[in-house]
Design a protein around this ligand. Structure first.
Ligand code: ATP
Ligand code: MN
Length: 467
């Protein structure tokens, strides 16, 4: 077996070169058959489909296969001849000549049985769920989407900026943060007021995990023009929802000389190109998810690519919601933040397409958003998607130093912490805009999965950091 090179299952399934000796390595998904012939499905993760290995009972009696552990979950190498398949469901198969077992999986102990499992059960075995059809599909799509993000920006002249994970400012204005410290658990140094003295901590100040790379992204945009970050972000908000994680990945482009209009155009083009990429590059995985979980998935993805997003202001949206026949749990009033029931009404019932809401009241948005002429609203934009609600939050940034300082005072954001950020407005300030796309919310949309905990390999949420 040693001088034969291993081929991936996907390459074999696409191969037109038949009647040749091949070697595959992977995991047994199923073994079935009778006393004349056994069929072993081998999957190596290279794609959704497994290859069928046909084992003739003369050489491989069922009892021997069983005794060797050639069963669901075992890691194996198979050498044999690649031939046209007699059966339906696959075009090629391997006639086994030699089967080597690397590692068996005790059928009584192995948690993944042939019968399907609930997604909830699989969350409890996150270390094994990548071996299922569902998570294999999700993880391959996740990979493809990461690559597509970098490709889109690289193709459009953006530079990838690595913004810090540990941040010294807790003023980013996007939710609760996780403290990062090396001080003693039991006897941390205290200051005169009796509080922990972080000046003695590792960085000489209190530090946290970042909630966003935006502020540093803005710094980079003021030099490189078109930049983006794509990294992990952390929010200690206690939101036990199907749309929130405590650790998630965010994509944040930031562009000099962009206004809100440009920002919306970028968001729409970017999202469409990502969905198009998935349709082109992940057909098998998407077809499976469509058939298994959500019969409308492929239609919805195509719809998003083919139709313009509806753009309207927050104020117009509030008027629509007030006139809606539907009863909402939370009342709608100008000046309050929209709840996801409102967002989903607009997207799923009223417009029946993705929506970009703009010009929100300043009091419900972050300090750095550019004030509109009326002094009441800011140049914010949220992109709302069917089944998801908010997928992108962004804005044109306030580029006027005085106005920015005033907003910081009003919102109690300390200037001392952000002196370096304010310098971007002191020296060569320019109009600019950007947004944050939650990567897992994108993957939720693309895969049609219902819970955000099922689109990241090892989800972090309140009371859960097991794996
Ligand atoms: P939400 O109102 O849904 O909590 P947000 O307004 O806090 O979102 P932003 O601060 O604007 O969100 O973050 C930008 C994007 O990051 C959001 O549009 C969303 O896609 C994503 N996002 C925000 N919080 C989370 C989270 N806890 N888990 C996963 N994705 C998130
Ligand atoms: Mn939030």
């Amino acid at each position: 077996m040693s001088d034969l090179r291993r081929t991936s299952v996907q390459d074999l399934l696409r191969s037109t070169e038949l009647d040749r000796e091949v070697l595959v390595k992977g995991w047994v998904r199923t073994r079935r058959g009778n006393k004349y012939v056994q069929f072993i499905a081998v999957n190596d993760g290279s794609g959704f489909n497994s290859i069928q290995v046909v084992a003739n009972a003369e050489q491989f009696p069922e009892e021997k296969l069983k005794a060797d552990g050639v069963d669901n979950g075992a890691a194996v190498a198979v050498r044999g001849k690649l031939v046209a398949s007699q059966g339906k469901g696959q075009s090629v198969e391997i006639q086994a000549e030699e089967i080597t077992v690397y590692g068996t999986a005790d059928q009584d102990a192995y948690p993944l049985q042939k019968k399907g499992h609930t997604l909830e059960f699989l969350r409890g075995i996150a270390h094994l769920r990548p071996r299922t059809n569902t998570f294999g599909a999700v993880l391959r799509i996740r990979h493809a989407m990461s690559f597509a993000v970098h490709k889109y920006f690289n193709d459009h002249g953006y530079f990838y900026i690595h913004t810090p994970i540990i941040t010294g400012s807790d003023a980013e204005g996007a939710g609760q943060m996780f403290r990062v410290t090396t001080l003693s658990d039991t006897k941390p140094p205290l200051n005169e007021a009796g509080a922990v003295d972080y000046s003695q901590d590792f960085f000489g100040k209190a530090t946290n995990l970042t909630v966003s790379g935006q502020l540093e992204g803005e710094v980079a945009a003021m030099a490189l023009g078109k930049v983006y970050t794509f990294g992990p972000t952390f929010r200690a908000e206690n939101s036990n929802t199907a749309r929130h994680l405590a650790e998630f990945w965010m994509i944040e482009p930031e562009v000099a000389f962009f206004d809100l209009q440009d920002n919306m155009d970028l968001a729409e083009d970017f999202l469409k190109s990502l969905v198009r990429y998935a349709l082109e590059h992940c057909p098998d995985d998407l077809q499976f998810l469509n058939d298994q979980y959500d019969k409308e998935l492929l239609n919805r993805l195509k719809f998003v690519v083919e139709n313009d997003f509806q753009r309207l202001t927050y104020t117009e949206a509030v008027d629509i919601l007030k006139g809606a026949k539907q009863k909402f749990e939370f009342p709608v009033d100008w000046g309050t933040d929209l709840q996801s029931e409102h967002e989903r009404y607009l997207v799923e019932k009223h417009f029946k397409k993705p929506v970009i809401l703009t010009n929100y009241p300043k009091d419900i948005k972050a300090f750095y958003m550019k004030l509109d002429e009326d002094g009441r609203t800011v140049r914010a934009m949220d992109v709302l998607f069917p089944g998801i609600g908010e997928i992108i939050g962004g804005s044109q940034r306030e580029d006027d130093l005085q106005k920015l300082q005033q907003r910081m005072q009003e919102m109690h954001v300390p200037e001392e912490d952000l002196w370096w950020y304010l310098d971007t407005r002191r020296f060569g300030s320019a109009p600019h805009a950007g947004f944050g796309l939650g990567f897992e919310r994108l993957i939720l949309f693309i895969t049609g999965m219902a819970n955000i905990r099922d689109v990241i390999p090892f989800p972090r949420f309140p009371k859960s950091a097991e794996f």
